[in-house]
Design a protein around this ligand. Structure first.
Ligand SMILES: Nc1ncnc2c1ncn2[C@@H]1O[C@H](COP(=O)(O)OP(=O)(O)OP(=O)(O)O)[C@@H](O)[C@H]1O
Length: 279
């Protein structure tokens, strides 16, 4: 069938005309809701009856010793790992356990892995442009109007991540911290509602850590993004944390303000004898 013929086919739904996934509904509850989630690997319970609730616009830090289940929890939220039991909802409409990874990403859940994976030969601007093109709901070449919108969004994101001056620089010359911000920017291009960020400040200078703290706290907000940060650096967690969740052996050991969890004897006990220190 020719393209013109296919346009005349009244029953055909084109990808670029299809409505975007129904928006996340947070009117009556949290943006992310995990209930009684468990998963075992070869009989070992990596996640054990985990309950976690993240509110719209919240910035949540997740801490826990090595092997506590932090990565596995992120894998479950993004559809990479399917739990054996439990439920996982994105707002009140989207049952995450019925969806695959691309479907979950297109709902507005973005994940930033620890190592930055920007395209080094492309400029900062081009990296952001490419991130937008990866959004199947937008055809960047469709019309000039769309291209204008894309450019506007890129400018907004450049300002948010503090890389306006470096927009034409190849990503390969950026510092480690700047690459991390660019990758966060690439996620922002698709206007996620929930950002999962894994160890964002590992390997950063003090100054870069401060800038990252500002960036992440600035991103979180009702109707903007909710941000979940998994981080080992306790100084950084203290600098950004409102609510901290401590994972241990696949379930929540403690939750509350940094001061509250840091003085919880159960938390002190699991961190004793490890390299990390809750301070
Ligand atoms: N695919 C898998 N197969 C077998 N075991 C796994 C698998 N994924 C995770 N595990 C185990 O599950 C437990 C939880 O691992 P996970 O990586 O989620 O912990 P973590 O809190 O992210 O640790 P870290 O801080 O070291 O990254 C660990 O004991 C790990 O060895």
């Amino acid at each position: 069938m020719s393209f013109l013929q296919s346009l005349a086919d009244r029953d055909r739904v084109f990808d670029f005309l299809a409505p975007a996934a129904s928006p996340v509904d947070v009117r009556h509850g949290p943006i992310l809701y995990l209930e009684d989630v468990s998963v075992s690997f070869d009989g070992f319970k990596a996640i054990d009856a985990l309950n976690l609730t993240i509110d719209d616009g919240e910035l949540r830090c997740i801490i826990g010793p090595n092997g506590a289940g932090k990565t596995t929890m992120m894998d479950i939220i993004t559809g990479k790992t399917r739990p054996d039991t439990g439920s996982a909802w994105f707002g009140s409409r989207h049952d995450l356990l019925t969806m695959n990874e691309p479907e979950i990403a297109s709902l507005g859940i973005g994940r930033k892995f620890q190592k930055p994976t920007v395209f080094e030969a492309l400029t900062v601007f081009e990296n952001l442009e490419l991130a937008m093109a990866a959004d199947k709901r937008i055809l960047p070449t469709l019309t000039a109007r769309l291209t204008g919108e894309v450019c506007e969004r890129i400018e907004e994101v450049l300002a948010t991540i503090g890389l306006i001056e470096l927009r034409h620089a190849p990503a390969g010359i950026l510092s480690h911290g700047q690459k991390q911000w660019l990758e966060i920017g690439m996620l922002l291009m698709q206007r996620p509602r929930l950002l999962l960020v894994d160890e964002p400040v590992a390997g950063m200078t003090e100054q870069e850590m401060e800038r990252t703290a500002e960036l992440l706290t600035g991103l979180a907000g009702k109707g903007k993004q909710s941000v979940v940060v998994v981080e080992h650096d306790m100084g950084f967690v203290r600098s950004i944390a409102r609510t901290v969740t401590v994972l241990h052996q696949g379930s929540v050991l403690a939750e509350g303000s940094m001061d509250r969890v840091a003085s919880d004897p159960k938390v002190v006990e699991v961190y004793l004898g490890t390299e990390e220190e809750v301070a």
